[in-house]
Write a protein that binds this ligand. Structure first.
Ligand SMILES: [Fe+2]
Length: 262
């Protein structure tokens, strides 16, 4: 009897989505995810089930092409973002190459999502993305809370106050500070709420440790796996996971709207 070893359709679609996310580094993964879900819903009833992934792939590639060709002005390097990139490279590239790869991926993602921000905030986002993890560099480690150590370094360097605050509080750092007794230190820096902050969290939460695009769900699962249950960052997820997801969702909605109006 002929037995089929083909994976179930849902698995094939999931694999297809992962491949499309990997292939299209220039497109936010949350949009790819949405396009896959939409096409799957549209073609899921196709008479020949084997064709469904093919139809989904073709529809998603059309959306990708349209997104990539939309006329987003390229952001030129300016003093602030150049300084941030060079500083991150100096502190991370040799000592922590994986962290540097992640950083470059976050900065790429920040450039892609900057379109949802007013022009004057785009460079702040890209600069913050470059320096958001510099606090991991041995030269900067002081309290051990990387976001705080990074922000203090930037403050000493005289960097824009908003960039310092964004770095200090990125991706749920406040909850980690609460758990590690460093809330007072972190409170030295303002925690602005709004799109700029959301966009940095989005870029960080949709970039893997190696700098590849990922979904927020995969990223959270990876953080739990890599750090283990006792790590303060993982324990803090009990407090801030909803806040992280909400920030990603808000930026996703803005991206979708921005894209839809083009
Ligand atoms: Fe990061």
């Amino acid at each position: 009897m002929l037995t089929t070893a083909l994976p179930r359709l849902d698995e094939r679609i999931q694999r297809l989505e992962s491949r499309l996310v990997r292939e299209h580094d220039g497109v936010p993964p949350s949009l790819v995810h949405e396009w896959v879900a939409r096409a799957h819903a549209r073609f899921g009833d196709a008479r020949v089930r084997d064709f469904v992934p093919l139809l989904v792939e073709r529809a998603v590639r059309l959306s990708v092409r349209s997104f990539v060709s939309s006329d987003v002005p390229e952001m030129c390097g300016t003093w602030l973002s150049d300084w941030a990139r060079n500083t991150a490279r100096r502190l991370l590239a040799d000592e922590l190459p994986r962290r540097w790869a992640h950083t470059a991926g976050v900065a790429r993602r920040a450039q892609q999502v900057a379109r949802v921000l007013p022009v004057e905030e785009r460079e702040l986002l890209v600069a913050a993305a470059w320096v958001h993890d510099i606090g991991y560099a041995a030269e900067l480690v002081d309290t051990g809370l990387h976001s705080l150590d990074g922000a203090r370094y930037l403050q000493r360097a005289g960097l824009d106050r908003r960039v310092c605050g964004l770095v200090a509080h990125h991706s749920g750092a406040s909850a980690v500070a609460e758990l590690t007794g460093q809330a007072a230190g972190l409170a030295e820096f303002g925690d602005e709420r709004g799109r700029l902050r959301d966009a940095l969290w989005y870029a960080d939460m949709t970039t893997s440790p190696d700098g590849h695009p990922t979904t927020v769900e995969e990223r959270l699962a990876e953080i739990r796996r890599r750090r283990g249950p006792e790590d303060p960052v993982v324990r803090a997820l009990a407090i801030n996971v909803e806040e992280r997801l909400a920030a990603v969702r808000r930026i996703h909605r803005l991206l979708r709207r921005t894209y839809a109006t083009r």
